[in-house]
Design a protein around this ligand. Structure first.
Ligand SMILES: NC(=O)c1ccc[n+]([C@@H]2O[C@H](COP(=O)([O-])OP(=O)(O)OC[C@H]3O[C@@H](n4cnc5c(N)ncnc54)[C@H](OP(=O)(O)O)[C@@H]3O)[C@@H](O)[C@H]2O)c1
Length: 415
């Protein structure tokens, strides 16, 4: 409901990195008024007067004068309760909470359909990059073949520092934390969970397939070593955490989040530091690539602002592919070509490799290149993670011969 000056009124739930970013960017918009902000911690110092805040989310949810709610809190369970309540009342909501959205998408779509409300969540996927709007508005009907990307800025920053400056994983992580690119508890980012939530949301919009995140193969970067990075460099590649969803040769959808040896012919090779990049391949449009800041206060605030403006103008996701009669189905299995390194040679479980080559001369470390079914890796994931194994996908162009040659070079340099 607009006020006397014709301004539309919004309420913000959460005033942390993203909430403050939204508040800042809204100062550049004369037509929107932040009427109320809800936070949790009564003892925190705030950059605005105390009268700007409430600690009771219901004050915002029950305020019929608000045109829109921006849900930007850090707790996904609480966020779901708030968004669910708002949608049940047919309200217009924007959110940046990827975990909450990825894990509850069918319910959130159904609530919008049933009660007529709107939920937009561009900021939840790649911060400032408008990937969901691109998928909805331009590729809502055109068949897509693949979407792959670097969807997590923190892990990309760390991998970049290892590659470009030779830092260790711990040094790069600490630097990322000091600069605010990584959380104090970085598990969601470096464990690949954040990218996983994002690729699941992307898969729903791009292919009309809702995949429970826990069913997707995911490995993170927390075990990467300078040895792995040196091997990739000697082979002419860079290690990146790549999330992908692609239609395979049998027409089935394959989704995964895996560290990957990326070669210079991929657009993702040059996505460095805290940047995100997404490439999509459409049946008729061909290949497209978007790059930008995937996180941070103002880039994410900007994406939320874009959603706020679009939602107030009546825009909704139409979920064309989700409601299409013939959506893709998820591939039962797939053969992957992976590099695996683990310390303590004796402890490696007996994995059902289809083909495997062992290399490296250090008796404490085992390095393998092999092919293995995704289901087998999924089955052994916990065991491999507990052992501290680093796993990365290797593209076919990095032949076994090339990789063994690269390994020999890195051994010589290390010797
Ligand atoms: N940071 C990024 O770059 C980024 C990028 C894309 C998406 N996101 C997503 O955006 C959301 C917010 O992230 P953030 O980085 O802004 O988090 P944050 O800096 O930790 O801030 C979270 C805010 O939520 C408030 N809050 C937490 N629980 C609440 C509750 N039950 N009721 C009311 N307020 C509550 C906190 O209140 P107090 O101030 O009182 O502690 C704080 O203001 C998350 O879903 C995140 O995944 C973040």
């Amino acid at each position: 409901m607009s006020d006397k000056r014709g301004k539309r009124k919004i309420g913000i739930l959460g005033f942390g990195c993203v909430g403050q970013g939204l508040y800042d960017v809204l100062q550049h918009n004369q037509l929107l008024d932040v009427a109320n902000i809800c936070v949790k911690d009564k003892t925190k110092d705030r950059p605005l007067p105390a009268t700007a805040f409430t600690f009771d989310a219901q004050e915002l949810l029950q305020d019929q004068s608000l045109d829109l709610l921006a849900e930007l809190i850090s707790d996904p369970n609480e966020a779901l309760l708030l968004v669910r309540q708002a949608l049940q009342e047919g309200k217009t909501v924007v959110s940046a909470n990827k975990k909450m959205i990825a894990e509850n998408l069918p319910e959130l779509v159904e609530l919008q359909r049933q009660y007529g409300g709107t939920l937009l969540y561009e900021a939840a996927v790649c911060g400032s990059i408008p990937i969901l709007r691109t998928l909805e508005a331009y590729y809502g009907t055109e068949p897509l073949q693949e979407i792959s990307g670097i969807l997590n800025g923190s892990s990309n920053y760390i991998l970049h520092k290892l590659d470009a400056e030779g830092l260790s994983y711990q040094e790069a992580l600490q630097q990322a934390q000091v600069l605010g690119f990584a959380e104090t508890n970085p598990t969601l980012d470096v464990g690949g969970y954040d990218a996983l939530h994002k690729i699941c949301i992307i898969a729903a919009h791009a292919f009309g397939v809702v995949i429970p995140p826990q069913e997707v193969l995911r490995f993170g970067i927390s075990q990467v070593s300078t040895q792995d990075v040196a091997l990739a460099q000697a082979a002419g590649a860079r290690i990146k955490l790549v999330a992908s969803a692609k239609i395979n040769t049998q027409g089935k959808l394959e989704v995964q989040v895996l560290p990957t040896f990326v070669t210079p012919d991929s657009e993702l090779y040059a996505v460095n530091a805290e940047f995100n990049g997404v490439q999509l391949q459409a049946k008729f449009a061909g290949t497209q690539f978007l790059k930008g800041r995937g996180a941070g206060s103002h880039p994410t605030g900007s994406a939320v602002w874009a959603d706020v403006s679009a939602a107030l103008a009546g825009y909704k996701y139409n979920y064309a592919k989700l409601s299409a009669a013939a959506t893709a189905t998820v591939a039962a299995d797939a053969l992957l070509r992976v590099y695996l390194r683990v310390e303590h040679r004796g402890e490696l479980p007996n994995l059902p490799w289809q083909e495997v080559t062992s290399f490296g001369v250090n008796s404490q470390v085992v390095q393998l290149l092999g092919t293995i079914y995704r289901s087998d890796l999924l089955q052994h994931r916990q065991e491999l993670e507990a052992l501290g194994a680093f796993i990365a996908q290797v593209p076919d162009e990095l032949t076994e011969e090339k990789l063994l040659r690269a390994a020999a070079v890195t051994e010589l340099v290390a010797a």
